[in-house]
Design a binder for this molecule. Sequence first.
Ligand code: SF4
Length: 344
Amino acid sequence: MSEPEILLEVKNLKKHFPIYRGVFKRIVGYVKAVDGVSFTIRSGETVGLVGESGCGKTTVGRMVMGAYRPTSGEIWFKPPNGEPPVDLASVDSRRMKALRPHIQMVFQDPFASLNPRMTIREIIAEPLVVNKIARGKELERRVRESIEMVGLQTHHLSRYPHAFSGGQRQRISIARAMGLFPSLVVADEPTSALDVSVQAQIVNLALDIQSRFGLAYLFISHDLGLIRHFSSRVVVMYVGHVMEYAPAESLFKRPRHPYTEALLSNVPTTRPNLLGRKIILRGEPADPANPPPGCPFHTRCLYVQDICREVMPSLEEIEPEHKSACHFAGTLDLTGCDALGCVL
Ligand code: SF4
């Protein structure tokens, strides 16, 4: 069976934010929030983007959404209407507006992302009206369909956001995004503001909608359990760079980058006798305004060698579809979830 087509292809994407100083606001440097990120998303799949806070994963999501203009790089998106792929990094605002219904976002905080002065009906209808997709009876039909799709009821439509719990508000955010039938949804930490008991419901809802409508997700999270549960492929980021990019099964079973190994060693384990195996990363992540030479992870890596301090490793394929940016990825025997007994 042939693979689904590539829906999104991100190529060497960079976002450098200028640092201004002095009365004349001179540029004195740049924060390299994203510095050469590449990955693809196929139609209907979920790609997880994982890493510590400040690694640049949210900035990548915002560039895909068109909220930030990249410093350089390409973001090729295939519209669903048979048109050729479009580079979102270089389209004008008019074209981006026309493409917007196909790429939607679910935000981290369902309390801040819903306007408290609008009813749920108005909140879900708004993108359909703004994008001139539906009006009148058709608009009402689509609003009702959307609210039912996320497990709420049509009598909820006349209420305001404050009447709902965090989990219900996130369902409403999802209904608003799904009402446009997007082909790609960028979900930025969609469950991190929710109770653990509600997180699983939201993830299962997102998976159910994916299986029914065949949309793709870029799922941004620092939670490895959710990433494993949700993603078919995973991108591990560190200080604006991709450290590892692989099918989820392969990455969790046998990581090929020391940073991924350290992340996995810190998840809860079923084997208490392995607790000493936990890798405590020394120091802070490198400063993206002043990154170290060579491998960005070398200041914290257990396996650092002289070459790591001078030469930046490139992202190389170690085995089919499994890429790592480590000089020693082919020779290091790193420990994965099977050996660690990860509870994920
Ligand atoms: Fe560690 Fe060197 Fe590999 Fe970087 S290149 S992850 S410092 S072993």
